[in-house]
Write a protein that binds this ligand. Structure first.
Ligand code: CP3
Length: 336
């Protein structure tokens, strides 16, 4: 996994999936019935168990830390809850200058994230040595969008208004999130993670000109402050080509693409970057042969290409049959 992320040739592509631990797994559902989602994140023994479940069942080449991008928002003072069928809800949204005054400092917020170091150390200890451990953070805009909107929004009207009318307040929030994320990435590395994925899921909800002026400088500072020659950064975004042309200039080792983009096209555009992705998650709801056929097409396209990691374009959806995930892992790991 790490060789591939560093752009080196490997005997086959490594494979892991976003949301590889989660509701499609019966083992996860059992624990979820007894605990709220945030409890699962906060309790290191539970987070450790859930992180390891898909590795035990399917043997992916990497484990991703079971947690959520919104724990940084929570550590700064947002009241975060994940509600069945609705997703994240933040009951005290960030809207006013007085909300800025109430946010904790980055160092104070790190103190609230102690449970993550404890969980990561346990996970690294329990994980077979040949499996990579991936940590992650939400990019400042993606986390800020939940803090400001108070939950998921496909149009982010309140973020848009804040940037237009109170750019200094928005900038203050982005700086605070960036400062905390820099500390959090360093702490995850100290706790044993091999690579970090930055989730900029909602990058394309703002016009590109606004993104470049008000968002990109913060992401750039985050990436430049946490670049590491042996512990790669992966940047995930749901973005079209013009936005990737901006994001691809950042000093990350790997780009994780949503479905629909051409992997070889992106390879031509960014020859120095490892690529990850980008099987359309909707194939997970098709017949097994359809799914494997689509996977084979990608594997053929990226055959002999160094620096390629097999993954989906986005996360595993809850209705996915577990047998489909077993079949996909098997197909990639038995390539010759
Ligand atoms: O990939 C992994 O398995 C690691 C753990 C992880 C989760 N969320 C677990 C989770 C990671 C890396 C995330 C990232 C995340 N969280 C993102 C960025 C990636 C993306 O999907 O674009 C975002 C935007 C969030 C915020 C968030 N958390 C949302 C939108 C939701 C609701 C999702 C839904 O389908 O209902 C969550 C909750 C969440 N995070 C779940 C899981 C397994 C489901 C919680 C449950 O059991 O009810």
């Amino acid at each position: 996994m790490i060789s591939a992320l560093l752009g080196q040739k490997t005997s086959r592509p490594p494979v892991w999936f976003m949301r590889q631990a989660g509701r499609y797994m019966a083992d996860y559902q059992k624990l979820r019935k007894e605990h709220s989602f945030m409890e699962l994140c906060h309790e290191p023994d539970l987070a450790t168990e859930i992180t390891l479940q898909p590795i035990r069942s399917f043997g992916m080449d990497a484990a991703i830390f079971f947690c959520d991008i919104l724990v940084t928002a929570e550590a700064l003072g947002s009241q975060v809850d994940i509600i069945e069928k609705r997703g994240p809800v933040i009951s005290n949204p960030f809207r006013l200058t007085s909300d800025m005054d109430r946010l904790l400092s980055p160092a104070e917020a790190m103190g609230k994230l102690d449970y993550t170091s404890k969980a990561l150390k346990q996970i690294r200890e329990a994980l077979p040595e040949e499996k990579a451990l991936l940590g992650f953070v939400g990019a400042p805009l993606t986390v800020a969008s939940y803090m400001v909107e108070g939950g998921s929004s496909s149009t982010v009207p309140t973020v848009f208004k804040m940037i237009a009318e109170e750019p200094t307040l928005f900038q203050g929030l982005m700086e605070r999130l960036t400062d905390l994320s820099i500390l959090y990435i360093k702490s995850q590395r100290e706790s044993g993670v091999d690579a970090i994925q930055i989730f900029e899921s909602w990058a394309s909800l703002l016009p590109l000109s606004i993104y470049r002026e008000h968002v990109f400088p913060h992401l750039k500072r985050l990436v430049e402050a946490t670049h590491h020659p042996e512990k790669p950064l992966i940047l995930f975004a749901l973005a079209q080509q013009p936005l990737w042309d901006v994001l691809g200039t950042l000093p990350v080792h790997a780009l994780s693409l949503g479905h629909g983009l051409s992997l070889t096209g992106m390879r031509d555009r960014f020859p120095g970057k490892a690529l990850q992705g980008n099987l359309d998650s909707r194939y997970l709801l098709c017949e097994r042969e359809t799914l494997l056929g689509a996977a084979d097409k990608i594997l053929e396209e990226m055959k002999d290409q160094p620096g390629y990691i097999f993954n989906l374009g986005h996360g595993i959806t809850p209705a996915t049959p577990e047998g489909h995930i077993a079949a996909l892992v098997d197909r990639v790991q038995n390539l010759n």
